[in-house]
Design a binder for this molecule. Structure first.
Ligand code: ZN
Length: 325
């Protein structure tokens, strides 16, 4: 299994869309696509996605979408699916009043974290893509250089400053963040933040800072959170994480010592787990892991399931977590 296939197992990573970026400047083609009867529109309202009552992406036809466009903050050409249907997304700013009634009649406005576990990979990825684009438009309405309003261009994939003397261009952003599974012999390190749900433990993670390589960010975050020197920092897979705009970059690293020193206050606890110990703690309810939609869970699963029967890992992590639920 290579990096591409590992990343495709992570939720939000495979929309199945062809983004046809070469059409983003083709106004004539885009105008035709906008009103084709088989074209569909996704809707993002604030940070919520419009989904059907069956918890699938709610896809509006062009005549339904037209009613929303006048109040839309953004319109983005997402791409074409494998049946050659063109997909757009409409971003609506969160209103202090209730969302338009006809919008909620078409389905429900839901947080992506809550619906993603119920969706297939492509549907979840599609909602994540639309959510990320709507968020970027909402937070880049003004130029970061001169403060003038910006205008959407290139089918929603560029915002251009309206001040002719400035002319700054802004492209959609995603923030790189590392997440790392640290091992020491046959132990894996899990930590917890005080604000997390009770008994939930996860991996060391943090944003990459300017002037830092990914590997340096991995080593720094581990040092800050648990005070461990590491070696063999190895990239595993990545995951778009639109909460609101991260790209999670998953690593493994080997600790040179098992003596945990929590240097900053980010973690309230950190512990080493063998596979057998983790299985036992999951079964007893003393340990909860992050949602399977997270790369954190996938990195833990990858480590756990690579164990042998001698480690007490006869069952897969999914089996144990499902049984404990
Ligand atoms: Zn400007």
């Amino acid at each position: 299994v290579d990096h591409l296939h590992r990343s495709e197992r992570n939720t939000f990573g495979v929309s199945g869309l062809n983004r046809v970026h070469q059409r983003r400047l083709d106004e004539e083609w885009l105008a035709i696509q906008r009103h084709r009867p088989d074209t569909r529109y996704l809707v993002v309202y604030g940070d919520l996605n419009l989904v059907t009552v069956d918890r699938a992406p709610c896809l509006l036809a062009p005549e339904q979408a037209d009613r929303l466009l006048e109040m839309a903050e953004s319109l983005v050409f997402l791409g074409t699916d494998d049946q050659q249907h063109t997909l757009f997304s409409i971003g609506l700013a969160h209103q202090t009043s209730e969302p338009p009634a006809f919008l909620t009649r078409s389905g429900g406005l839901k947080g992506l974290r809550s619906v993603a576990p119920l969706l297939g990979q492509r549907d979840a990825s599609l909602l994540a893509y639309a959510k990320a684009m709507a968020h970027w438009h909402h937070t880049h309405r003004f130029c970061g250089t001169c403060g003038a309003p910006t205008n959407s261009a290139e089918a929603g994939h560029l915002r251009a400053c309206s001040n002719a003397d400035c002319g700054a261009l802004d492209f959609p952003r995603t923030d790189p963040a590392i997440i790392v599974l640290v091992t020491y012999g046959d132990h894996c390190l899990l930590g917890r933040q005080a604000r997390w749900p009770e008994r939930m433990y996860s991996l060391v993670a943090g944003f990459v800072e300017p002037g830092e390589s990914l590997e340096a960010a991995v080593a720094r975050e581990i040092d800050e959170e648990v005070g461990l020197p590491v070696q063999d920092v190895v990239y595993r897979s990545s995951q778009p994480w639109p909460f609101p705009r991260s790209l999670m970059l998953g690593f493994n690293a080997k600790a040179l010592s098992d003596a945990i020193h929590r240097r900053d206050e980010e973690l309230e606890d950190a512990q080493w787990f063998t596979r057998a110990g983790m299985a036992e703690a999951l079964r007893s309810g003393d340990l909860k892991l992050p949602s399977p939609i997270s790369i954190s869970y996938r990195l833990i699963e990858e480590w756990f399931d690579s164990g042998t029967a001698q480690d007490g890992a006869r069952e897969s992590l999914d089996d144990i977590v499902d049984a404990a639920r």
